[in-house]
Design a protein around this ligand. Structure first.
Ligand code: PRP
Ligand code: URA
Length: 210
């Protein structure tokens, strides 16, 4: 597994405002989208492209375009939805599929309650979006789902991660082609399975349910 943890003052600045409990839902949503766009720069570093010939006003030249099959972007409902716009702004031709996964707050085990994805993911580059990598159970379930459908390459983007979550993903993926892009790697989990220092419950803060 390849791991990239962002190291940029603008990302750290925006994450600091996001973490602040005084930040309102509208600002939290805006920042989540902006952070996704910044992280997308790294997450799409290996997006597949193919050569294309075009004509400038001056001369014929060659460039590249996003290759077929188009990338598939998969936000994990609910909190991952907050990152979707930030990604599709940069890759407007991407296809979007959905996975609904919720973790049981007592057992911390994930359960999948919704799925809308192409049946066959062979040869697709998949980008999974979820702001929080805590125990890693939810992201591991999502990545497993995509590999079971035939995906060969998965890039996951999370705003915050933990060493425990990283370990869970590493154990799952083995030598499969997985890249994890994090906005920050936090200290770890508290006794309730929340990320420390973290930002609280991402879904609740995005959608104003607190
Ligand atoms: C949050 C978050 C991740 C998951 C992370 O979702 O968005 O999906 O928890 O925890 P884990 O790494 O321990 O699995 P939640 O279950 O709260 O659902 P929601 O997005 O609908 O709020
Ligand atoms: N899910 C969240 O939304 N926040 C955490 O800190 C852990 C899991």
């Amino acid at each position: 597994m390849r791991l990239h943890v962002a190291d940029h003052p603008l990302i750290t600045h925006k994450l600091t405002v996001l973490r602040d409990e005084a930040t309102s839902s509208p600002v939290f949503r805006q920042l989540t989208e902006e952070l996704m766009t910044l992280l997308a720069y790294e997450a799409t570093r290996n997006v597949r492209v193919e050569p294309v010939t075009i004509r400038t006003p001056v001369v014929e030249t060659t460039g590249v375009k996003i290759a077929e099959p188009r990338p598939l972007v998969v936000p994990i409902l609910r909190a991952g939805l907050g990152m979707l716009e930030g990604m599709t702004k940069l890759i407007p031709t991407a296809e979007v599929g959905f996975l609904g996964i919720v973790r049981n707050e007592q057992t911390l085990q994930p359960s999948t309650y919704a799925e809308r994805l192409p049946d066959d993911l062979s040869g697709r580059q998949c980008f999974v979006l979820d702001p929080m990598l805590a125990t890693g159970g939810s992201l591991a379930a999502a990545i497993k789902y995509l590999f079971d459908r035939g995906a060969t390459e998965v890039t996951a983007v999370c705003l915050l991660g933990t060493p425990e979550g990283l370990h869970a993903i590493e154990s799952l993926v083995g030598d499969r082609d997985v890249t994890l892009v994090l906005g920050a790697l936090d200290q770890g989990l508290n006794e309730h399975g929340y990320i420390v220092p973290g930002l609280g419950d991402a879904g609740d803060r995005l959608y104003g349910t607190v």
